[in-house]
Design a protein around this ligand. Sequence first.
Ligand code: PSU
Ligand code: MN
Length: 308
Amino acid sequence: MENRNSILSPEVSRALNLSTPIVALESTVITHGLPRPRNLELARDMEAAVRKGDAVPATIALLDGEIRIGLSDEELVRLSESDSTLKVSHRDFATAIVKKMSGGTTVAGTMFAAHNAGIQVFATGGIGGVHKESSFDISTDLRALAETPMIVVCAGAKAILDLPATLEYLETMGVPVVGCQTDEFPAFYSRESGLGVSVRLDTPKEIAEFARAHWRLGMRSAVLVTNPVPETEAIPKSEMEPVIAKASAEAVASHIHGQALTPFLLNQISELTEGKSLRANLALLLNNARLAAQIAGEITAKRKIRAV
Ligand code: PSU
Ligand code: MN
């Protein structure tokens, strides 16, 4: 089905029509965030986690210049194996379209496409933010969070970032930062950061109520839900700090910047921790998919009751 600029899978189209809970999933994590074959496994596991929570997954990506909302397994395989994918944020959509390219949508890109299609809940790993290596390198994710009324479930901002600056930016832009069962802003690989959230909420129901209250006021910003990495896979902040510092120094020495910086840092950190950070990354992604499905259930349940 066609929805203005994007193509919906039959399953997502049906779910939208029937007000079945839907969770949008990003695809930069597939094309640029994780090594093969983990990327495909993760993409499938994320979809399975959403389904287990009684919601329909909508993985969003560009395929041959088309914005696709909901991919078949065959399409997931193609995306995960392609060598020539773009990393698609707001400025890159038209590039992919005119050049008929395939690409993974970032948090910002996924929010743009999901919101246009009428999807309200989105699960990712960690949002982008203000980079340490250059204070001018501010992810479009932050602007998208400021402008798009959606619930975004993440494990905080990636610890490779300047977290205090990222939180300041979110505050300036009016984005509430919810801690799910925590008072502390999670730092992706670590459950702790020493930084606070703007509100703590403990259940999917409370989170759905909060979002409704926020938007009822006329706010247009997202509600950022931070969900700490599961304890079993968490890496203490003290253990991550020297690793991140090393990866960051390598990025500066190799003159890596722009869109390549985040994938470079994630990969270096995975190598430096011998896969431990990769395991944490996978665990937090699945954990976020599970929570997002529950929140989508709560948001949709209320809408259905109203419609009756
Ligand atoms: N979370 C992950 N792995 C990733 C990303 C997030 O666990 O690869 C991606 C997201 O798509 C996010 C992007 O939007 O990295 C941020 O990139 P940048 O800093 O260039 O805006
Ligand atoms: Mn950037």
